[in-house]
Write a protein that binds this ligand. Structure first.
Ligand code: MD3
Ligand code: FE
Length: 203
């Protein structure tokens, strides 16, 4: 039922495929209020991945740095509420992976168009690294890379498809990871796009 990528990382293949259409409807609802945008890194680069957020805390990056904040910097309004179908899926996946009291307060929604990629990085803007991260892939397939605790550690490649859910915790929580350049694809629900929902406990 669950495959282990490394100590602390559990893949639930196709776990979200039954709720795929509902999750995509949730993305539409969130983006009606908080549209996808390409953010700027502190180093001045524009990210190829378009992002938006929902829940109490949204992850943002700009010239001032990476951080979580309550408000969408584009509108100044609080981020949209996390759709119940999002929260339920994340909690169920975390429970299956052995995290019984995961309560996400943040969901980052990433949209990859063909050519978009995410370089190797660590997720370390959260307060408690004892809390896992739940990631849900929707639409076009991608190759995910995960390395070690040092940037120079050679990464492994893992293909992720529509509905695949990965729970990252314990010793995997601070591993370097990224996504290779998205190839052209045609998924019945999303066309050429890949969406990734990343659920976190920010505070
Ligand atoms: C491994 N997103 O938004 S999610 C990100 O597919 C991010 O959009 C990727 O990395 C995406 O920060 C990958 C999978 C993921 C998330 C957190 C991790 C993998 C992780 C934390 C530690 C190790
Ligand atoms: Fe990440």
């Amino acid at each position: 039922w669950a495959e282990s990528l490394c100590e602390g990382a559990v893949v639930l293949r196709r776990f979200a495929s039954v709720s795929g259409a509902e999750l995509l409807a949730g993305i539409e609802r969130v983006t009606a209020q908080a549209p996808f945008r390409q953010m700027r890194t502190p180093g001045g680069h524009i990210m190829s991945v378009a992002m938006t957020c929902c829940g109490d805390w949204g992850w943002v990056t700009d010239a001032r740095g990476y951080r979580y904040q309550h408000q969408d910097p584009v509108s100044g309004d609080p981020w949209p509420a996390m759709p119940e179908v999002f929260r339920t899926l994340a909690v169920e996946a975390a429970t299956k992976a052995g995290y019984d009291d995961f309560e996400p307060d943040s969901c980052l929604i990433n949209r990859y168009s063909p050519g978009a990629r995410m370089g190797l990085h660590q997720d370390k803007n959260e307060d408690d690294f004892g809390q896992p991260i739940v990631s849900v892939s929707l639409g076009a397939p991608a190759i995910f890379q995960f390395g070690g605790l040092r940037r120079g550690d050679r990464p492994q490649r893992v293909p992720l498809e529509h509905g695949d859910v990965v729970v990252w915790g314990g010793p995997a929580r601070l591993r370097y990871h990224g996504v290779l350049t998205l190839k052209v694809a045609d998924h019945p629900l999303t066309g050429a796009c890949r969406y990734n929902l990343t659920f976190r406990r920010a505070r």
